[in-house]
Design a protein around this ligand. Structure first.
Ligand SMILES: [Zn+2]
Ligand SMILES: [Zn+2]
Ligand SMILES: [Zn+2]
Length: 151
């Protein structure tokens, strides 16, 4: 079942079905979270094609629009399947400034400028949010704040 949807993804992108492409797509699909190239190779395990092949495969899938660059983490791109993004907008990503975790926010659309901005025509929008995640938010409520009543 999963293999047939990977086949569909490759067919609709006009890409030939090769073993590394299938393996990389399957890894991203089953992980369900963005992964770096190294993480993809780690997830595949001992049967992984060599790193160069993994990198080239991802480059091909990115230029075909099948895989998206989700966000940068420690100067490394994190990749995910583009199936939860619309044509002109990737779903936003939220990075918690306290714990550093980044979460996907699929289904959230941010209004995009409809016309050119200062003469620049916008074709795609990638939104990166920062703030406190629910876990850190609830923890910060339990941290006793300095109160004027107890010096
Ligand atoms: Zn995207
Ligand atoms: Zn957090
Ligand atoms: Zn995402």
């Amino acid at each position: 079942m999963e293999t047939s949807s990977i086949q569909d993804i490759l067919t609709s992108a006009g890409l030939r079905k090769t073993q590394p492409r299938v393996t990389v797509l399957h890894t991203l699909l089953s992980a369900g979270i963005p992964l770096s190239c190294d993480q993809i190779a780690e997830h595949i395990g001992p049967d992984s094609p060599n790193r160069v092949t993994v990198y080239r495969t991802i480059e091909t899938l990115v230029s075909a629009g099948v895989v998206h660059q989700a966000y940068l983490q420690d100067r490394t791109w994190m990749y995910e399947l583009g199936h939860r993004c619309s044509e002109h907008q990737c779903h936003p990503h939220f990075t918690c400034t306290r714990c550093g975790n980044t979460s996907c926010m699929p289904g959230v659309e941010v209004p995009m400028p409809t016309g050119p901005v200062n003469g620049y025509r916008i074709s795609h929008q990638r939104v990166q949010w920062e703030g406190l995640c629910p876990d850190c938010e609830s923890q910060s409520e339990h941290i006793p704040l300095a109160s004027p009543r107890d010096p």
